[in-house]
Design a protein around this ligand. Structure first.
Ligand SMILES: [Zn+2]
Length: 686
């Protein structure tokens, strides 16, 4: 297809010069140039070829939508027009080349134009989110879709190119052929800061759960609107829709309702009966995590009030969270006969029925996720009762979505996968995790092997709290959040190295290949060892065994890396980070370098211990005390580097715990300071 396109374009190059002025100049791209355009978009579209670009005078470009549109379609057009004005300083009203943006009619036409590949959109998964970008003849680039959300996504892809290629005096328009759709219907986060919705939605993320508390006084229920932290996001529903995203709200787990202000006083009859309704660990600690008496109509009533409140503000869906503790049972006869979690789901369905009398379009989802207080005496039960989960799946109407985190997958881990494969609407809420590492491959594999292989309709990620502010949160998790967006849209598109380059381009780094190599070093065996060498995971590393039971083999995975090679690679990574000029990368590289010196110093010491004095190599001719001093100095350096990195992240309430990850290393430092000689130490020969 690409070859044919290029041949066709060759004919164009001989068009008369006066036409060239209006329609610009076509530049055929070689493979390397095309790859550069490909990496400017994130996520990568499913099908994308860019045989050529058209270089134009911005004054000759027009941008147009269909007449008389509104809502997201109109916004999709005006967003692109605004970007054009911002970048070029003029309005897009030229006559030479047109970007036409709109929803196709039933015949696959847009403003009378036959849209190439447009017919295919009906065949692809999640077609309401699908779009095409196609050149039409010599004077048009068309962005078209079946529905407004798909159209919006098409303009987001185009936008990522235009942001970089529109200038005051020149414009480069890619003559791209794109057919694109998401692998997953839902790509979401729970507890995400609303401030991040525009950023994440620009990478085509589309679902965000925001918890909202309530309180009760007599028959009155009131809601805590503070959970929308910014006034313009309160209420959040319609604003999110300007980014093709849905905010979903709900009052949280049913076994925490008792903690809501006024609830226990106003609704004592709704509290679960008997000791089995308590989470025993909570009970033991004097807390009140307790399941509801869900067969009491009042529970459904409270849920219906929540639904109506949110629906009145524009919510399209309410998410009801079942009790978090997975082994509760209200002891009243009705609840005993029904089963705790079945009764809770029934209450949600009853509430939904009532809410839909006023808000017929409101959707419902039910959430199951194991959690809650645990103690040594009462560890967290592994999962919800399997037969109740099966029953819930059987009783849910087809348009209600089951949202599952941990504790619902049965003994073999496949309980819900079976239902998902049969076409039930099940979205996984336990996909990926947000961490500070520059890793993406685990995200891709989890989506491919667990989520997509089993036909779940969505993937949501939990959002950790406790940051100093949204900016520090974004800085720390930026890489993985972008990887989640990339692979939830297109799980088979990019390799980890290609993703690293695309991410670097989106960050504005001057040399994406340099960054890709940096990521490769960070994910090398020594980089992996570095990440483990802090906090709780440290005890499973060689540092946890030091000084006993250590071996030279600890420092060479498969014999491929040596302390010297690792040291050189870490120095290279630091040089790259400094060239890229990113403070975070510099700090991480310094940690790696310090860690490599720590390994090198320990390595030399072990060699000196293992070997008889006669065959100690010349570079190790330091005395035992000197070798020990070097280890102590390396430990100090490493702790300082890692703590500087933690400080820079701004992780707020987590900072103290993170900083204290150094504790075992400090103990080790003391040991190496005080231990006079090797007597009494056993150094394992490897
Ligand atoms: Zn009951």
């Amino acid at each position: 297809m690409k070859k044919r396109f290029k041949q066709a374009l060759k004919g164009e190059i001989i068009i008369p010069p006066e036409v060239l002025v209006a329609q610009g100049k076509v530049v055929v791209l070689n493979d390397e140039e095309e790859a550069r355009w490909r990496r400017e978009v994130l996520p990568l579209p499913k099908e994308l070829v860019i045989p050529a670009v058209r270089k134009l005078d911005p004054g000759t470009i027009g941008i147009r939508g269909r007449h008389g549109t509104n809502g997201l379609e109109q916004l999709s057009v005006s967003n692109i027009a605004e970007l054009f004005m911002q970048k070029t300083g003029i309005a897009p009203q030229g006559q030479g080349f047109e970007i036409l943006i709109g929803i196709m009619d039933d015949n696959g036409k847009l403003e009378g134009v036959d849209v190439p590949q447009g017919a295919r959109l009906k065949e692809v998964p999640n077609s309401d989110q699908a779009y095409v970008i196609q050149p039409v003849g010599e004077k048009q680039l068309v962005v078209a879709a079946l529905a407004d959300r798909g159209l919006y996504y098409g303009t987001l892809t185009l936008r990522q190119w235009l942001e970089r290629h529109l200038k005051e005096k020149s414009a480069e328009i890619p003559l791209a052929s794109v057919v694109d759709w998401p692998d997953l219907e839902e790509r979401g986060y729970w507890h995400m800061h609303v401030e991040h919705i525009p950023w994440l939605a620009h990478m085509k993320m589309n679902r965000f759960y925001l918890y909202e508390s309530f309180s009760v006084a007599g028959n009155e229920i009131s809601f805590d609107s503070r959970s929308s932290t910014q006034p313009e996001w309160s209420p959040p529903f319609r604003k999110a829709r300007r980014y093709a995203a849905e905010v979903v709200r709900g009052p949280g787990h049913l076994d925490y309702f008792e903690r809501r202000t006024g609830y226990a006083e106003a609704c004592p009859h709704l509290i679960g009966k008997g000791e089995s309704a308590w989470n025993p660990a909570s009970f033991e600690a004097g807390g009140n995590q307790r399941g509801p008496c869900a067969t009491q109509p009042g529970v459904a009533k409270i849920l219906a009030m929540n639904m109506a409140y949110h629906a009145a503000q524009g919510a399209a869906e309410e998410m009801v969270w079942m009790s978090e503790y997975p082994a509760l049972q209200c002891k009243c006869d009705n609840c005993m006969n029904t089963g705790q979690y079945i009764a809770e789901v029934q209450a949600a369905l009853t509430a939904w029925k009532e809410a839909r009398q006023s808000y017929p379009d409101l959707k419902l989802s039910v959430f199951f996720g194991r959690g809650g207080q645990a103690s040594a005496k009462y560890p967290l039960p592994e999962r919800y009762p399997d037969h109740q989960i099966v029953k819930v799946m059987e009783m849910l109407p087809p348009d209600v979505t089951m949202r599952i985190s941990m504790g619902c997958d049965g003994k073999d881990g496949a309980l819900l996968a079976k239902f998902a494969s049969q076409g039930k609407r099940i979205s996984r809420m336990d996909v990926s995790y947000l961490g500070d590492r520059f890793q993406s491959e685990d995200i891709r594999l989890d989506l491919e092997r667990r989520v997509l292989a089993n036909k779940y309709i969505g993937a949501w990620t939990f959002t950790p709290g406790g940051f100093v502010g949204p900016e520090s949160f974004r800085k720390t998790y930026n890489y993985r959040m972008c990887a989640i967006a990339e692979y939830e849209w297109n799980s088979k598109g990019r390799t980890a190295a290609e993703f690293a380059e695309a991410w670097a381009v989106r960050q504005g780094y001057a040399d994406p290949v340099l960054f890709r190599n940096w990521v490769t070093t960070l994910n090398s065996p020594v980089g992996q060892r570095m990440y483990k060498a802090w906090g709780p995971s440290l005890k499973n590393t060689w540092l946890g065994r030091m000084p006993k039971e250590m071996a030279v083999g600890d420092f060479a995975s498969g014999g491929q890396d040596t302390p010297q090679k690792n040291m050189d690679a870490a120095k290279g990574a630091l040089d790259s980070a400094e060239i890229l000029g990113d403070q975070r990368l510099i700090l991480v590289s310094r940690t790696l370098l310090a860690y490599c010196e720590l390994e090198a110093s320990a390595y030399d010491w072990i060699v000196s211990q293992d070997a008889g004095p006669a065959d100690v190599p010349p570079q190790n001719s330091l005395s035992d005390s000197q070798l020990r001093k070097r280890i102590v100095a390396a430990l100090q350096e490493y702790i300082a580097a890692r703590q500087a990195e933690i400080k820079d992240q701004g992780i707020g309430v987590h900072e103290k715990t993170a900083m204290e990850g150094s504790y075992p290393l400090e103990k080790l430092m003391e040991l190496f300071r005080s231990e006079p000689g090797k007597s009494g130490m056993h150094i394992k020969d490897n």
